[in-house]
Design a protein. Structure first.
Length: 263
């Protein structure tokens, strides 16, 4: 890893033109995050060595520091696995923040001017932020669904978020399948980054991944250990709630695991 530096607060660079909104909410999950212009922010952070206490406090405070963010519709402060991975051992330095805003202008203002994001940057060794529009969505998160607000992309970077609340009685079965699936994800062609996140140890898990293209994402999703894990979870009823969202990447900037993303 490179030496610690304070991440830049420069505005995010656009990587793709905004697509035509699709306003239909996901059937069967409510209340839905419905706003046609809805844009999500995914912030990934690795804290500097002396900032661990500040980072742990984010998990305790959860959404409290975000309460005055204009246009905020939904937010989750997320822990991570060791080294940003997917195992049972938690990370002491890596976290994520996922937030949904009414429109792109409010999402960008949050990233570029919010004291919350400035605090993350000031305490970070590395920080990577993506602005995202959902192109497809299935399921719900804490009772809220995310309606698609963009048409699927034929090219360019795309992202995926998978989250699930695991039934306690299915916990051992889930974690038996997880290592092979996540190892294949990290090694998949076209995967720019993959992060294991979670609201709570063991039971509430989340994966965020960034891909060169839809084709690269689909090649992983439809093969190998991941496909076996998906089939097992469906047959075994592993989850009490789950959500899978694909995104078009509007903007991306920062560093993660020694690699720079965006301009």
């Amino acid at each position: 890893m490179k030496p610690a530096t304070t991440p830049s607060a420069a505005p995010l660079a656009r990587t793709a033109a905004e697509r035509t909104p699709q306003e239909a909410a996901v059937p069967g999950a409510r209340p839905a995050v419905r706003t046609a212009g809805t844009v999500a922010v995914m912030l990934l952070v690795e804290y500097a060595p002396l900032a661990r206490a500040w980072g742990w406090a984010r998990l305790v405070l959860q959404g409290w520091p975000l309460r005055h963010a204009p246009g905020l519709r939904f937010a989750k402060v997320l822990g991570s696995g060791h080294e940003g991975g997917f195992g049972l051992r938690p990370s002491g330095t890596r976290q994520g923040l996922f937030a949904v805003f009414d429109d792109e202008a409010q999402a960008r203002a949050f990233v570029e001017t919010s004291p919350v994001v400035a605090g993350y940057r000031a305490h970070a060794r590395e920080c990577c932020i993506a602005l995202l529009r959902a192109t497809s969505s299935k399921g719900s998160w804490s009772g809220a669904a995310m309606a698609p607000t963009a048409a699927p992309r034929a090219d360019g970077p795309v992202a995926a978020l998978t989250r699930a609340s695991i039934r306690p009685r299915r916990l051992a079965a889930f974690w038996r399948h997880s290592p092979g699936s996540e190892a294949s994800l990290a090694a998949s062609a076209g995967c720019r980054l993959a992060v294991g996140l979670g609201e709570a140890p063991l039971l509430r898990q989340c994966t965020f991944s960034l891909w060169d293209s839809v084709a690269a994402m689909d090649a992983y999703a439809r093969s190998g250990a991941h496909l076996q894990a998906i089939r097992a979870s469906a047959a075994g009823g592993y989850f009490s709630e789950s959500m899978f969202v694909r995104f078009s990447v509007l903007a991306l900037q920062g560093d993660w695991k020694g690699r720079h993303h965006g301009d």
